[in-house]
Design a protein around this ligand. Sequence first.
Ligand SMILES: Cc1cc2nc3c(=O)[nH]c(=O)nc-3n(C[C@H](O)[C@H](O)[C@H](O)COP(=O)(O)OP(=O)(O)OC[C@H]3O[C@@H](n4cnc5c(N)ncnc54)[C@H](O)[C@@H]3O)c2cc1C
Length: 283
Amino acid sequence: MAQKTVLIVYAHQSPGSFNAAARDAAVEVLEDQGHKVLVSDLYAMNFSANSTRDDIVGELKNPELFQYGEETMHAWMEGRLSQDIIDEQRKINEAELIIFQFPLYWFSFPAIMKGWLDRVLTQGFAFSLQKMYNHGIFKEKKAMLSFSTGATQTMFRPDGINGDMNVALWPLQNGILHFCGFQVLAPQIFWCPAHSPAAVRAAMLVGWRARLRGLLAEKPLTFAPCELFDLSFQGGFLLRPEVREECSSQRHGITTGHHLGKPLPPNNQTDAEPENDQSASED
Ligand SMILES: Cc1cc2nc3c(=O)[nH]c(=O)nc-3n(C[C@H](O)[C@H](O)[C@H](O)COP(=O)(O)OP(=O)(O)OC[C@H]3O[C@@H](n4cnc5c(N)ncnc54)[C@H](O)[C@@H]3O)c2cc1C
């Protein structure tokens, strides 16, 4: 396989953590395969999570009413974003795959990683209303979440106390990564390493290393292409009537989010090639 560049955006405070071990495994296996690996170690970098006026160098377009999204879009166009954002945007431009490595915090990213997303994925650089989802700016790139949980796998089943992990992943994978065009690879989930026996933790890392060897060739998750929708404000960006009609005879919704009031397609956000039925979202 041709040499690729992989960016690992990593958020954990401790070099002795399980997340550090997962990051190190990724660096080692990918470099062994001849790929170039860049790591953004967010806590070590003291990366700011705050979207503020300091992200813009020079005058504001509208000092009366500070609008972060508008101002950063102009600053991006004019090369006036702060240096820490520019550095991360360069890494994204270079990378063919981005791996986000983190512990799950409140069903989501740690704040420092959310701040990286808020500040680095600037309008114009990462998305526009014309360029989103499968037409998105990063449609030639891949991205994936690799994270650990405090909860067990059964707690995140559709019948588990936390509810379906597919639902938790929808805003992160669809609303952020795929919105910017990324082809999203299935997440790597390390279930509850802190309360697993040492042998189980070791096996998790062996499994991750094995997956990493074929990662760049993996098929991405399925999302709903823009072509299914009326992409106009007049049409409300709604499913086109003929598509809705076609879906009416189908048992499951289109994706986890586009469920159309039907049973969710099982494992839509966790598996690129889900088996037809598992214990997941059933009628
Ligand atoms: C603010 C906050 C919010 C949270 N919200 C959620 C939530 O919504 N849902 C949820 O499920 N969880 C949640 N958690 C829990 C959190 O996700 C877990 O604590 C975290 O994922 C554990 O990962 P870690 O890397 O910190 O593990 P660590 O505690 O660092 O490691 C676990 C074990 O792995 C060992 N280890 C380290 N390196 C290796 C190695 N090379 N090989 C084998 N073992 C190794 C460590 O020594 C340790 O014994 C939350 C935690 C916080 C602080």
